[in-house]
Design a protein around this ligand. Structure first.
Ligand SMILES: NC(=O)c1ccc[n+]([C@@H]2O[C@H](COP(=O)([O-])OP(=O)(O)OC[C@H]3O[C@@H](n4cnc5c(N)ncnc54)[C@H](OP(=O)(O)O)[C@@H]3O)[C@@H](O)[C@H]2O)c1
Length: 260
């Protein structure tokens, strides 16, 4: 079986940028998302830059059979992941009790269930190739998020799961890294119904920069990487603030943003 890097959510934003970074460093890649036309265009762009053309799969990872459909496609083409990049994800802004319950559960299906399934499904394959798993979490992983409760909780799961897996699989030569970006201008904000306040914009990094940071940290075997110095300082400060106060501050800044 030929080893490849499997990248989910590669049709836009951070995932597309990760695909370009992995391809530029000589990895053969397979791209997954729902919008096949976007994936084909990205595959053409990567091929035009002189790298092998990525394999493209369309899959809806909110569906229960999404991950197994990918596994079947890979195997039918004689491919197996040396590296799994679980990047696909989305958020929704609004109070959990009033947002659509189905959409919030679909978020858990994608951000949590599919990520977990794809991480565990290919452990033997990534161990055989001494590769690993790069999971895209978020700054949201470090605190509860009133106004985006399920999203923040889903990213706390990604961080916790990835750190534990890093420890469990280290003896098998498998790297596991949680990449925690702060704000990144992508299609994420429109889908979540977010507009970033000016203070958050100061912490913004491009998708390309975040992808490079994630790649470098993963290759170095880092357990967790917070993208950008401003975001690292913010997480350090958050650890000093009493939890109840932090929760109130997040809620008040959300309410101030919503009032604008
Ligand atoms: N942007 C930020 O500020 C930010 C900050 C921290 C963390 N993150 C995290 O970074 C990751 C990438 O987000 P992004 O900012 O690059 O957003 P994005 O531009 O909206 O990209 C999201 C990707 O996920 C894919 N996706 C969504 N639903 C899917 C489904 N049901 N099945 C398969 N693929 C699906 C989308 O492709 P299709 O629509 O074609 O399926 C797209 O390729 C997410 O996990 C997000 O939580 C983002």
């Amino acid at each position: 079986m030929k080893p490849i890097v499997l990248i989910t959510g590669a049709s836009s934003g951070i995932g597309a940028a990760l695909a370009k970074v992995f391809a530029a460093r000589g990895h053969e890649i397979a791209l997954v998302a729902r919008r096949g036309d976007r994936l084909e265009a990205l595959a053409d762009e990567i091929a035009a830059s002189g790298q092998p053309r990525p394999t493209v799969f369309t899959a809806d990872l909110e569906r229960r059979d999404g991950a197994s459909a990918i596994a079947a496609e890979l195997s039918s083409r004689g491919l197996e992941p040396a590296i799994v990049v679980n990047n696909a994800g989305f958020g929704l802004r609004g109070e959990a009790a009033t947002l659509s319950r189905d959409e919030q559960l679909a978020m858990i299906d994608l951000n949590v269930r599919a990520l977990t399934e794809l991480s565990l499904m290919f452990v033997d394959s990534v161990a055989r190739h001494r590769g690993g798993i790069l999971n895209v979490a978020s700054l949201a992983a470090f605190l509860p998020g009133p106004g985006m409760a399920v999203y923040y909780a889903s990213k706390a799961y990604v961080l916790s799961f990835s750190e534990a897996l890093h420890r469990e699989l280290s003896g098998r030569g498998v790297r596991v890294t949680a990449l925690c970006p702060g704000p990144v201008p992508t299609e994420f904000q429109a889908r979540a119904g977010l507009s970033l306040p000016a203070a958050a914009r100061m912490l913004e990094l491009s998708a390309e920069r975040v992808a490079q940071i994630g790649y470098d940290a993963f290759m170095a075997g880092q357990r967790v990487v917070i993208a950008g110095i401003g975001n690292r300082v913010l997480v350090s400060l958050m650890r000093l603030v009493p939890h109840a106060l932090l929760l109130r501050l997040v809620d008040e800044s959300r309410a101030a943003g919503a009032a604008k």
